[in-house]
Write a protein that binds this ligand. Structure first.
Ligand code: ZN
Length: 411
């Protein structure tokens, strides 16, 4: 998906702002002697920006406009070291609410809905993002914030909320409480809008079936406004994102070069109208792909696939970039297999080899299923792995996160 003329002219106005502000990216542009970009090719030659740049700018080094235009800051929860502070102008706050309201609309939510919001409020962007979007839409908001499940359940019944906003794990917890207490008939939920966390199809099905609701996934990150920059539609064919506010590229995380639409890689985002802290070619380290073609819903907004993981998970085998999520997706399409698997990569006789260990019951023919899996990996990813089939229960299990990928090449 190439950057278009309108997007290019917006980028140029961001470039002017950044150079004037002389923040880290403004300096980088000046060092590169860039004051404008005139084509997609020139845009693609612009330097990337990274989370480390944002940390270095702590506390307010990202600010790209005079301080009296800044109305709010948010901070990302950085698990290690210095947090990232993102300053917002009044227009940024409003733009974010407009984008979030679009997410609700995409999910078929209207001003007649009652929206119970359980993500946290504060420096964190989640709660307030859900809140501002719902108010922009004109719906009635119920700003609960996280925790206090008793009160959440009481309000779900008494306020007759029709939409639940939550993380996937909290939505599951609420669903299980509703089931345990037999409250299904007392609540009026129709839709769930789920923010953050990667989550599996099993968890999704469980929440859907207990609560009898449709689920929508919100995408976003604090560095780029917060949640609300995209959402799936009722056809669930990927995340529609707002390309009048953002330009999204997918790159090969190793070479930094663009990959063709449809191919997986790292999501790189450019903010087109952000004032307080514009970002150009920001590397998110999230893995996804652009979904080519049109969505059956008819929306003109392009689509990003569900986030498949982080670039740190990537493996390079026989010159092909592979993500564990791709293998997992293929294995999931074989109902004969258990959910456990292990991937071992080694270097033998001058060649990279991937061995995939899977589990199945004794009732299927091990060699047939092994070759079917190998063929599917070959056709989807481009190389043939060795597939080893074992009995259910043989692969290691652990209470904590099971190590599924073992790279023996660097031992
Ligand atoms: Zn759609």
């Amino acid at each position: 998906m190439q950057i278009n003329e309108t997007q290019l002219s917006l980028v140029n106005s961001r470039i002017e702002t950044l150079i004037r502000a002389n923040n880290f990216y403004g300096k980088r542009l000046q060092d590169a002697g860039v004051s404008q970009v005139h084509s997609a090719k020139e845009f693609e030659a612009l330097p990337f920006s990274e989370k480390a740049d944002l940390r270095e700018a702590y506390p307010l080094g990202l600010m790209a406009v005079p301080e009296d235009e800044i109305v709010r800051i948010h901070s990302s929860s950085g698990t290690t070291g210095t947090p990232v502070i993102i300053p917002y102008t009044s227009k940024d706050v409003d733009d974010w609410a407009i984008m979030f309201a679009r997410c609700y609309e995409m999910a078929g939510i209207t001003s007649h809905d009652r929206i119970q919001i359980t993500p946290g409020y504060g420096l964190w962007t989640t709660g307030i993002g859900f809140q501002a979007g719902a108010e922009k839409l004109g719906a009635m908001t119920i700003p609960m914030g996280p925790g206090n499940t008793e009160k959440q359940l009481t309000f779900l019944q008494d306020m007759k909320a029709t939409v639940l906003c939550a993380t996937s794990s909290y939505a599951l917890l609420i669903a299980e409480e509703v089931e345990k207490r037999g409250l299904q008939d007392k609540i009026r939920l129709k839709k769930g809008v789920i923010g953050s966390e990667r989550w599996g199809e099993k968890m999704r099905q469980r929440i859907k079936s207990i609560l009898g609701i449709e689920l929508y996934d919100i995408y976003g990150l604090t560095e780029i406004y917060g949640p609300g920059i995209g959402v799936n539609c009722q056809y669930n064919t990927g995340i529609h994102y707002w390309d009048d506010y953002l330009y999204i590229e997918i790159i090969d995380p190793v070479t930094g070069r663009l990959v063709p639409d449809g191919q997986p890689g790292e999501v790189v985002i450019t903010t087109l109208v952000k004032e307080g802290a514009p970002l150009i070619r920001y590397r998110t380290h999230d893995l996804s792909r652009i979904i080519p073609g049109d969505c059956p819903c008819g929306s003109p907004y392009p689509r990003l696939d569900a986030i498949m993981g982080r670039t740190d998970d990537m493996m390079k085998i026989k010159g092909v970039n592979v993500f564990p999520a791709q293998i997992e997706e293929i294995l999931r399409s074989f109902p004969e297999l258990s959910s456990e698997y292990q991937i071992r990569i080694s270097h033998l006789d001058g060649k990279d080899t991937m061995r995939i260990y899977v589990e199945t019951t004794g009732s299927v023919d091990f060699s047939t299923i092994a070759s079917r899996i190998a063929e599917k990996v070959k056709s989807r990813i481009g190389f043939t792995p060795l597939v080893k089939v074992v009995e259910v229960g043989v692969l290691p299990r652990s209470e904590k996160k099971t190590q599924r990928v073992i790279d023996e090449r660097y031992n």
